[in-house]
Design a protein around this ligand. Structure first.
Ligand SMILES: NC(=O)c1ccc[n+]([C@@H]2O[C@H](COP(=O)([O-])OP(=O)(O)OC[C@H]3O[C@@H](n4cnc5c(N)ncnc54)[C@H](O)[C@@H]3O)[C@@H](O)[C@H]2O)c1
Length: 371
């Protein structure tokens, strides 16, 4: 079998490429080495047994070259960050998907399956219940509400705080440039796959963690940001009040999810959540990380918030579990594996701090008037 892994030089794609090579699959990677993710060029972790095609998923001749002789595509490449160049998100995350199917069909590439990385972001502000008005898919919290330092999501009818539900695959509700582009890419892939008989699966990853996360872009999140501060003796800054919840999944479980849907026909033409299903508040996350690093926990809460962040995002993983997949990596595994990797690099590079500063400069981080 021959596999194409787009974005295969990145965090998840490189782990996936390693697994496919280990399974005896011939792997080709297509990656543009996006400069904010890879400011130092080709990373050393790229599997030496994989062929690497450098170029963009939006460039027709490159995509044609990358698809030649391929049986299965793992589409991991994406434009992702907290940046204001909104048009880039759809240019890569939607057009890239369209070009993939266009090329498969035009060139008669006998692709047997496409597995596409989607995101928990497609759920937007999430899924909630009001004790009086029932189930709702709320709008993101308004700027006025956030400026008041009023963090919980409110019922659109009675304004009372809502109870979050585990995110169910049936109710996407994306808002921001990244989420909308990932959902559009996913719909396009599942739709074109269905219409043209190309088995397609979309995997909506929760926050994925482990070694090889980009240390440089704004997007790749909480573990890198907290670890970089703690390693300098600085306490973590918690946005909002720190009680917002997420679920975190180890990259090895994400790789296993890709493998599960590759080998099971029952997965075809569907979207699945890939997460841990376990709610962890950012406060608890930071506290457990401090424990793992044997540091005091005295977090900084200034009532800051990030524009476009959602309050509670924890995925239900029942649907994929029914195919036999089960997440194994714990939060402690995530911390241990990330910290060991950072040590192997000789620490987190200074440039990592620039991402936080750039996010503030772009106005993504705001200060509530009262909190
Ligand atoms: N990491 C997470 O927490 C997470 C969560 C949800 C969804 N996802 C999705 O998983 C996938 C992989 O994410 P990741 O965390 O490994 O990110 P990453 O940034 O580490 O990897 C993405 C790779 O895609 C490449 N790339 C970007 N634009 C490209 C283009 N136009 N053409 C070719 N290659 C391009 C980058 O150079 C990079 O190597 C993405 O589709 C992302 O949207 C990730």
């Amino acid at each position: 079998m021959r596999a194409l892994v787009t974005g295969g030089c990145g965090f998840i794609g490189s782990h996936l490429a390693d697994r496919l090579v280990a399974e005896g699959i011939t792997v080709r990677i297509l990656d543009s080495l996006q400069p904010r993710v890879h400011p130092r060029g080709l990373p050393a972790w790229v599997n030496p047994r994989a062929e690497v095609v450098l170029g963009s998923v939006t460039h027709p001749p490159t995509v044609r070259q990358a698809l030649e002789g391929v049986d299965v595509v793992f589409h991991q490449a994406a434009y992702q960050d907290y940046t204001l160049d909104f048009s880039q998100y759809s240019a890569v995350n939607v057009t890239g998907v369209a070009l993939l199917y266009e090329t498969i069909l035009r060139d008669h590439v006998p692709v047997q399956k496409v597995i596409l990385a989607s995101s928990q972001a497609v759920y937007g502000e999430g899924q909630y219940d009001c004790p009086e008005h029932g189930f709702t898919l709320p709008q993101p919290r308004s700027r006025t509400q956030l400026q008041r330092g009023d963090w919980e999501v409110q019922c659109p009818v009675c304004s009372r705080p809502l109870e979050p539900r585990l995110l169910d695959e049936a109710y996407p509700n994306p808002f921001n440039q990244y989420a909308v582009s990932k959902y559009a890419g996913e719909r396009l892939a599942l739709g074109l796959g269905w219409l043209h008989g190309i088995p397609t699966v979309a995997l909506r990853y929760s926050i994925t963690q482990g070694p090889r996360q980009s240390l440089f872009n704004h997007y790749s999140g909480v573990c890198r940001i907290f670890v970089s501060r703690l390693r300098k003796g600085l306490q973590p800054i918690l946005y909002e009040d720190g009680r917002q919840t997420r679920d975190f999944v180890h990259v090895s479980d994400v790789v296993e999810a890709n493998w599960t849907v590759l080998v099971q026909e029952a997965a075809d033409f569907q979207a699945f959540n890939v997460g841990s299903g376990v709610a962890v508040s950012i406060n608890d996350y930071a506290q457990r990380l401090c424990q793992a690093m044997q540091m005091d926990f005295r977090p900084i809460r200034r009532g800051e918030y990030r524009v476009g962040d959602n309050r509670h995002s924890v995925s239900s993983i029942e649907k994929l579990q029914r195919l036999g997949w089960k997440p194994k990596g714990t939060l402690d595994d995530i911390f241990a594996d990330f910290l060991n990797w950072v040590d192997s690099l000789g620490g987190i590079p200074e440039e990592a701090f620039a991402a936080e500063a750039a996010m503030r400069e772009a106005g993504v981080v705001q200060q509530a008037a009262h909190s």
